[in-house]
Design a protein around this ligand. Sequence first.
Ligand code: SF4
Length: 492
Amino acid sequence: MGGFFGAVSNAPCVEEIYYGTDYHTHLGTRRGGMAMSVEDGVIRRRIHDITNTPFRTKFNTESLELFDKCTCGIGVISDDEDQPLVVTSKFGTFAIVTVGKINNIQELIDREMADGLSHLSEYGSGEPNPTEVAAMLICRCSTLEEGIARAQKCIDGSLSLLILHKGAIYAARDRFGRTPVIIGRRENAPGAPDAWAVTMETSAFPNLDFEIHSELGPGEIRRITPDGVTVIKKPGKCMQICTFFWVYYGYPSSCYEGVNTEVARYRNGASMADQDEEFKGKIDSICGIPDSGISHAIGYANRFGRPYQRAFVKYTPTWARSFMPPNQNQRERIAKMKLIPVESQIAGKRLLFCDDSIVRGTQLGDTVKRIYQKGAEEVHMRSSCPPLLYGCRFLNFSRSRNEQELAARRAIAELEGTDELTPEILKKYQVHGSKEYLAMVEIIRKKLNFTTLKYQELDRLLEAIGVPKENLCTYCWNGCDASLSEDKKEGK
Ligand code: SF4
């Protein structure tokens, strides 16, 4: 998916941007980059390949010296295209980073080319670069502000961005607020200059002495300078923030819409335990599938009254980040190498695991096999969210979300005897506890060899998060999203 960070101050702030960007490493796997204003109108930029080496080690002292004394800049961790891009335009030179997904990218290019656009240049991967397309849409308008608003409006998918322009940062949150964009303020911190920052993950703030100042609303645009923050475009009314930030993607110490990720996961785990009264006395210990399953499992264990134990530990010294090779087999191999079973916590025990979600299930199936090989008596699984039935149409994920491969879809196809899963068919399986739902869960349970399998109910998950549920995107579980009716109103 990717993440970004920016900072502006009256004093040099390259370290803030460097560390702030690095704190988004868990959100992307391919490229890491920084761009900073070095003197009036001049922007310097570096992009590194981070597929097998962390962002921080790529930006060695030498490349940081390039930005020495810079007081304004942006950085990005990208799951896909090369970023930041530096663009010379009628507005002057600017640097841009984006997070989102442009479903209608070719249609937008064709439309602008029919209307006089002569070329795009970032075709090194053989595909259009979405950040360049966003920059192109912006430059087709008469002001930067108008351009950002227009790009947000005509993109089917989502677009959050930072633009570095003339010593200021423009921050824009996508039209329906899928991704968080949060402003931080550092004031009177001993030994550090006053500064403003903008981030997707607030976990980037505490160690850099920033406090959360405010959060952009859906579609909102702000301009940040050392002197303060100006609202350029007010937020829209319809918010559909990605619920998966709390389930899986978000860093545990981050907050979005005022709700901390760790706390939401803990509450969700406790809520799952509340539904497992019948298992009291039948489970020896509770475990989490690292990383995000752990917070749900701790919440579960504390409510359930059985100890939380680590059946697996992650080998962090060399697998410090989510290295994602493009090949699925390699990905699964690496996922396996990262997790080391702790045999003495497994052998002879009835274990209950919490995982954030079940996507394809192949990796989880392999993990369960290893748990049995190490002598577990029973392996109960609790998924912290409902069965995934729809691929995400709003954000780009490196985690496989091919709809046909989703474990729940495969189970339904087996039950229905067809791969043509119409909305009517899928609807029956979405109803938690319906006979179709239970049959689907049973097929997955058998396939993955769990003693028991339960999925958290959608309403309970939303309740555990605590953000008003009409503001949360639930498309990947029920195919519903308020933005789709908003688009319809606007004739899209
Ligand atoms: S469809 Fe799922 S993953 Fe995509 S934005 Fe909505 S909640 Fe997030």
